[in-house]
Design a protein around this ligand. Sequence first.
Ligand SMILES: Nc1nc2c(c(=O)[nH]1)N[C@H]1C(S)=C(S)[C@@H](COP(=O)(O)O)O[C@H]1N2
Ligand SMILES: [Mo]
Length: 377
Amino acid sequence: MDSRSPVGEARSLADVSAPGRVAGPEEGISHEELALAARNHGLPLEALRYDVTPPGLHYVLVHYDIPLTDADTWTLTVGGRVRTPLTLDLAALRSLPSVTHRVTMECAGNGRARLTPRPVSQPWLVEAVGTADWTGVPLRTLLAEAGVEPDAVDTVFTGADHGVERGVEQDYQRALPLADATAEAPEVLVAYAMNGAPLPPQHGHPLRLVAPGWYGMAHVKWLRDITLTATPFTGFQQTVAYRYRQSADDPGAPVTRIAPRALMIPPGFPDFMSRTRVVRPGPLRLEGRAWSGRAPVTGVEVSTDDGDSWAGAELSPPDGGVWSWRHWHVTWTATPGPHTLTARATDAEGASQPLAQPWNRGGFGNNLVQRVPVVCL
Ligand SMILES: Nc1nc2c(c(=O)[nH]1)N[C@H]1C(S)=C(S)[C@@H](COP(=O)(O)O)O[C@H]1N2
Ligand SMILES: [Mo]
């Protein structure tokens, strides 16, 4: 681990904010990555038991600092290529017709720490996911009220947080193409409530965007401005970060919707340090959740022999709607000895999860199957 003072001889933003890189062959997780992991926590996998993730157990990802916000004085502005620019406070937003969508959100970097070589960034294993009921105003209601000019192509969302990343000082900003921003399904929301309560500070208080089906980076928190542009948005989080690149000079394709994934609730009980699971011989229920942000999940298969053979799992009805994970289960008769359990989801577009890592330089969209080592004693 690197114990040098991070300030060192720094005299410029470039000195404190290095370009993206990939870890060397034997390079372990650094203090910098540990600091990010301690700030940005994942879903404890046992919390996959809940349809809706209880407060505080939903994963959190914050690029910079959580801003201190005041719901009483907060305003959202809507401008750019619109006929009537708007300034809305929370009371104005709450007076508009609201909708609630149950949405499974996942960070695009989920699975990054398992990649070889490892892209150096927030080191997620598989736990950067959560499901919440988000309440707010459909974005298309606000855009209709403002009146979108015919030459608008992108909808740019700006958060109240500020930082520097890869040498570029910025407010957190992301855009959605106008067609996605105004689609009937998935319906994008400007949300002011999570699970029926005001948004907590870490999840975007008092306002955030919710873009069902999209990886987390699109759901801009601490939302303070929406600007319609006549040219495609070229901000850092759109054109530099969140691209599927094979090399530093590869322009890559944009990261958009969530690839299918199944996760298992680790069965039995864990060892404190190794997290290895201990189970008893006999019939055992293996269960978890599965989701895809592209198309409904149509199947989950489970393997108890590290991927040599697979059996179909029972899927619960899609009670939470199209953009929420589904529960699945199988019964397994555990026999004494070590076993590696795994599960994989398939969606209605026929996409499934790879058994070999899908590598890219940012470590995005790695939906490699989860492997759960258990020992039956
Ligand atoms: N303003 C702002 N919005 C943001 C971020 C951020 O750092 N700043 N992080 C994004 C990323 S990368 C993810 S994965 C999700 C995480 O949302 P959550 O913390 O509510 O789970 O928020 C997104 N919205
Ligand atoms: Mo993310």
